[in-house]
Design a protein around this ligand. Sequence first.
Ligand code: UDP
Ligand code: MG
Length: 308
Amino acid sequence: MKKIDIIVPVYNEESNIVKFYEKTKEELKGLKYNIIFVNDGSKDNSIIELKKVYERDKDIVKIISFSRNFGKDAAMYAGLKFSKADYACIIDADLQQNPKYLVEMYNFLESNNDYDCIAMVQKSKNRFLETSFYKFISSLSNLHFESGASDFRMFRKTVVKSLVSLGEVNRFTKGMFSYVGFNTFYKEYIVEERVSGVSKFNRLNQFKYAFDGITSFSNKPLRISTFLGAITTFVSFAFFVYLLVKCLIIGDDVSGVSSLMCALLFVSGVQLLCIGVLGEYIGKVYNEVKGRPVFIAKEVIGFDDSIL
Ligand code: UDP
Ligand code: MG
């Protein structure tokens, strides 16, 4: 029987860990699996709860504990890097993604050799805004972003290897799933309510994340800046010619101060916008050239020495 590594990013989930572990154990009866908890610098008692769970089941539970909060993408990367099983999957610790689906995902990959990955897609009735947004970032980045698809996925080992081989520090995992290719099957599922605790991603964070995604996978914003620059230069020049002709023919050389102000402010705005976009990319290059690790592990529990 093939083995599954269940990767669980954990950030301040002290009250969910035991429930998650028990539910997963109950659902996955009869399957061969490990649960790799990645404690992403939790500030609550998550690590104590994780160690309790480890004591209960040393053969199944493994823990990677970060020195601080590095973000969910870093946690997913660490889990994938330490995964050795035939299949790896990512699932949240808050039970919003019911572990019962893991069995369906496993069975699907076992019986469909043409597919290398199965991604769960949130079932929702009205997704117009979300779908438009995903279409927009897909067109900007030349990658396919399935609307409603989360990180709740299971992959074959080859996909895991490809994901880990992408060495960037600034990891936009959703884009990477798409970038590495392979055949992905999208299956709808129902997202449940958080068992306890609060979500760590608010609207502002999601916006930042999306913006990060676009600049990580596309240089189209730079092209758009160049295009905007070209248009404003052209319009300004045309306006200049118009004013010159008007001044020479009518002799009206003092009026139009407000329109001049508007033009000045508009051009400065476009310039600042373009410098901002450029800055975003320079920031990314700066972060990458430093070559810092994606995460720093403080403690690793339950892995055999060959992996460390
Ligand atoms: N998470 C993490 N690091 C973070 C933020 C979140 O490891 O910096 C984990 C969190 O513990 C959970 C998963 O990522 O297991 C999803 O987080 P959350 O439930 O807050 O996101 P949402 O479900 O609202 O998208
Ligand atoms: Mg959640």
